[in-house]
Ligand binder design. Structure first.
Ligand code: RIB
Length: 288
């Protein structure tokens, strides 16, 4: 049996236009290819952890529309426990409109739909876990409730502070692990390092670093891979880092494992379809 993760977060359907330059404000670009994949930061992180061998319980909401089953398809297929995912009457399933450039960079607009209905009540179902992992695409009240549940049950509380937004200081203080990219690190500033917990910073092509109380305790270089689509790479990192720390990996080992998983995720199109399994990550680590 693997380590157990509880994820409280968003579940989306990603509508992706790839291969054309990213439009600027007011501009129309043509020539893109269309694809549709399950997505959402919460669901992506849940699936990433599951493919790396964890038992994963997902709390979240979908709408009562035709998109819901498509959004949940890969979670169900890979054995994430979605028994407590609520279907919200009269709401639409979350949708992300994603443009991916020929270089693999993206622009994402999310229509939250049912994700905005996730509440503290949905968190009551969270079983005892090794790690509770949240992001900020659902209401903060639900994330605060998840942090309380983690404290009650002795779980490590991890938060991917994405997308960046103002959060109560108590939420940062209740976390054991905060995960940010460079943009988010700049948004939160010093507040990140005053929690006593770990802070993981992803640096894209420059690798990743782990801090405790503002002091760097580990740093890894990025794996050199062909970049097809960066969508979901950050989510892969979050899921993988949570799994590795729950399994007892040391800071550098955990960071390497997460970076290898994220590197593999950028080599294929789509967020969830690109998430690697354990064997693929271990093979990349063995080659490095
Ligand atoms: O982090 C990538 C995810 O952000 C996409 O799957 C999209 O749904 C948005 O939530």
């Amino acid at each position: 049996m693997g380590v157990k993760l509880g994820i409280v977060g968003s579940i989306n359907l990603d509508l992706v236009a790839s291969g054309a330059p990213l439009p600027t404000a007011g501009e129309t670009v043509t020539g893109a290819r269309f694809a549709q994949h399950p997505g959402g930061k919460g669901a992506n992180q849940a699936l990433a952890a599951r493919r790396l061998g964890a038992d994963v319980f997902m709390a979240g909401c979908v709408g009562d529309d035709a998109l819901a089953e498509s959004a949940l398809a890969l979670l169900r297929q890979d054995g994430v426990d979605v028994s407590a995912v609520m279907s919200e009457i009269g709401t639409s399933t979350g949708v992300a409109l994603i443009s991916v450039s020929p270089e693999g960079e993206n622009q994402i607009t999310v229509a939250s739909g049912a994700n905005a209905r996730v509440s503290a009540t949905d968190v009551l179902n969270l079983p005892k876990c090794d790690v509770v992992l949240c992001q900020l695409e659902v209401p903060i009240a639900a994330v605060l409730a998840a942090a309380e549940r983690a404290a009650e049950t002795g779980a490590l509380m991890a938060i991917n502070l994405a997308p960046a937004q103002n959060v109560p200081t108590e939420l940062l203080r209740q976390s054991d692990l905060l995960i940010v990219n460079e943009v988010e690190a700049e948004f939160y500033g010093d507040a990140l390092h005053q929690t006593g917990g770990l802070v993981a910073l992803t640096l894209g092509g420059a690798g990743a670093a782990l801090y405790k109380m503002g002091k760097e305790i580990a740093r890894v270089q990025a794996f050199s891979v062909p970049v097809v689509d960066t969508t979901g790479a950050g989510d892969t990192f979050c899921g993988a880092l949570s799994v590795a720390l729950a399994e007892g990996a040391d800071p550098e080992g955990a960071l390497k494992f997460a970076s290898a998983a994220a590197a593999l995720a950028v080599t294929k199109p789509g967020a969830q379809p690109s998430l690697p399994n354990r064997e693929q990550v271990e093979a990349l680590l063995a080659r490095a």
